[in-house]
Design a protein around this ligand. Structure first.
Ligand code: SF4
Length: 208
């Protein structure tokens, strides 16, 4: 069967997702990208990363089709790896569909990927209201084993990002995937310590 064209916009239930990049600063052993071409019947592996005009064209096609409950930056990669595109698209959504909430699902590496910038403040200013930060480990070592980041100090960077997101006025949660390698209770204790809600994600689409 011929492969579907790679999707920039895709949907699950009432949420519209944006797959703006396949770049990621982690190499999680459990990442769906290692096993699947996409989710929900959509091909999420880009042959070429989309530009602003292409993302907007997809939004113009899909946003009027349904009463979406939210738009979520979440795909086969880390959205803050393309921060400027993310911000430009969020601003476009706010300008054209001001009532739709915008969420970012992130590995929390944004400030490392965009050195010298306050990513949380920029997200808030662009109209992102919610951030879900995946934390699949309860300390530097367990995180490194599960997520295999391509830089040192990732765990501390993520905790700093969560606190910065809170300080910037974003609604922020920490999430972890339910699997034997993640001690859910310990990750929850980390989230409690940061003063943010914790959510367990099942290891099925969507996502991590
Ligand atoms: S952070 Fe997400 S996209 Fe990146 S490797 Fe891990 S599961 Fe995959």
């Amino acid at each position: 069967m011929a492969l579907q064209k790679p999707a920039v916009a895709y949907w699950l239930d009432n949420s519209l997702y944006l797959n703006i990049t396949n770049q990621c600063s982690n190499n999680c052993w459990f990442c769906f990208r290692n096993y699947k071409q996409g989710v929900g019947g959509f091909n999420l592996k880009h042959t070429q990363e989309p530009n602003f005009a292409e993302v907007v064209a997809e939004l113009e096609k899909t946003l009027p089709n349904r009463r979406w409950s939210e738009v979520v930056f979440c795909g086969f990669g880390e959205p803050t790896a393309r921060l400027d595109l993310l911000l430009d698209v969020a601003k476009w959504i706010k300008a054209h569909y001001p009532t739709i909430p915008i969420r970012l699902d992130t590995n929390g590496h944004g400030n490392v990927l965009n050195k010298g910038r306050n990513v949380a403040q920029e997200l808030h200013a662009a109209g992102v209201s919610r951030v879900s930060v995946s934390l699949n480990g309860h300390n530097e070592e367990t995180y490194r084993d599960n997520c295999r980041p391509n830089f040192n100090g990732a765990y501390t960077a993520i905790l700093d990002f969560v606190l910065a997101a809170k300080a910037a006025g974003l609604e922020v949660e920490v999430s972890a995937v339910r699997m034997p390698e993640v001690d859910i209770q310990k990750v929850k204790a980390v989230a409690d310590g940061l003063g943010v809600p914790f959510r367990i994600r099942d290891y099925i689409p969507c996502f991590w």
